[in-house]
Write a protein that binds this ligand. Structure first.
Ligand code: MG
Length: 334
């Protein structure tokens, strides 16, 4: 947990680390490189602090920059006494959730899980397949057959294919009526994505992990290499980065689809952004959902219609389980 405290006694929080990247990878560098930039500063000088943090990009990760930025936004919204999405300027009060699968052991397991989420009212089911392209196509066929022709499905191939296989998978899921085709090629394969997008009708989604921060979206847009922009507070450097990206995308009539945040509080931060921009459609829930949740009481959960509702408390609005965090503390950096 990253905490920034103001002289008025307001505390802003963010969680650093996820199941894939433990916080000890980022904590020491955050304290070394970013803490000096916020100590003694006006927490409302977010844009100046963000610019200064960007210049430390060789010494810290975007995850660390994102955590400091999230905590600063939490402070700002708490100081204004509002939920963050209202402080940002609300666009909506709820957003449909989609289920984003883990890699499962069999076609049947995907099909069964997808039917469960369809029946539970969730807006869509996204397949993370194992990666061998022929098997991935078979999984998509099995899931489509199980859920019927109407239910919304997406495929996230997580940078698995060479171009010649990506085109085959793309044509197959196009025929199966999939909604988007995410990251079939390597995260930096701009040229491959340009070529692929020209040949396919299904919308292509890249830029979740394309190297670089906010400015790196420009070549993807200008070269028409993706139909969506993508990111989250951890991989792109905070709420400030997401807002800039969403507004950039809006100017090109593109949606900015927000990636899951890797930990509970990041997902609350992502949600506030999603509720305050017009050009996003879904809230991603990575499965197994429980494995992505920690240290928040009454964490985000879709209702019976598959909608995630706006938090009502000031700031991020999450009820952090400080007792649990204290009990599990293995070190304090300052
Ligand atoms: Mg993805």
């Amino acid at each position: 947990m990253v905490t920034i405290r103001t002289d008025d006694g307001i505390e802003g929080h963010a969680f650093l680390g996820s199941a894939m990247f433990p916080a000890d990878q980022d904590g020491p560098s955050l304290v070394r490189a970013l803490k000096p930039l916020v100590i003694g500063r006006d927490p409302r000088d977010r844009e100046a602090i963000y610019a200064a943090m960007q210049k430390r990009g060789r010494y810290v990760t975007l995850r660390a920059i994102g955590a400091v930025d999230v905590a600063l936004w939490d402070i700002a919204a708490k100081a204004s006494g509002q939920p963050l999405y209202k402080h940002l300027g609300a666009y909506r009060e709820s957003i449909p959730a989609y289920a984003s699968s883990a890699v499962l052991a069999s076609r049947e397991a995907y099909a069964e899980e997808a039917v469960g989420f369809r029946d539970g009212g969730w807006a869509a089911y996204k397949i993370h397949p194992p990666g061998p392209w022929q098997e991935d196509i078979e999984i998509c066929r099995a899931v489509r057959a199980a859920v019927g022709p109407e239910y919304r499905l997406m495929l996230d191939s997580t940078w698995s294919y060479k171009y010649e296989h990506a085109i085959k998978v793309g044509r197959a899921i196009e025929q199966l009526g999939f909604y988007w085709y995410e990251d079939p090629l390597a995260d930096d394969d701009l040229m491959g994505c340009i070529k692929l997008r020209e040949k396919l009708d299904i919308p292509l989604m890249a830029t979740e992990y394309s190297p670089g921060g906010f400015t790196n979206y420009a070549p993807w847009i200008l070269n028409k290499a993706t139909d969506y922009l993508r990111g989250d507070v951890a991989v792109k450097g905070g709420i400030t980065a997401l807002l800039k990206t969403a507004h950039l995308a809006e100017a090109f009539a593109m949606n900015f689809e927000i990636h899951h945040g890797g930990n509970s509080l990041n997902n609350w931060a992502n949600l506030h952004v999603a509720l305050s921009i017009p050009n996003t459609q879904f809230f991603e829930v990575l499965l197994p959902a429980q494995a992505q949740k920690y240290a928040i009481a009454d964490d985000l959960e879709p209702d019976a219609q598959g909608l995630i509702h706006a938090p009502s408390g000031p700031g991020l609005g999450a009820t952090i389980d400080f007792e649990l965090i204290r009990a599990k503390t293995i070190g304090t950096l300052s």
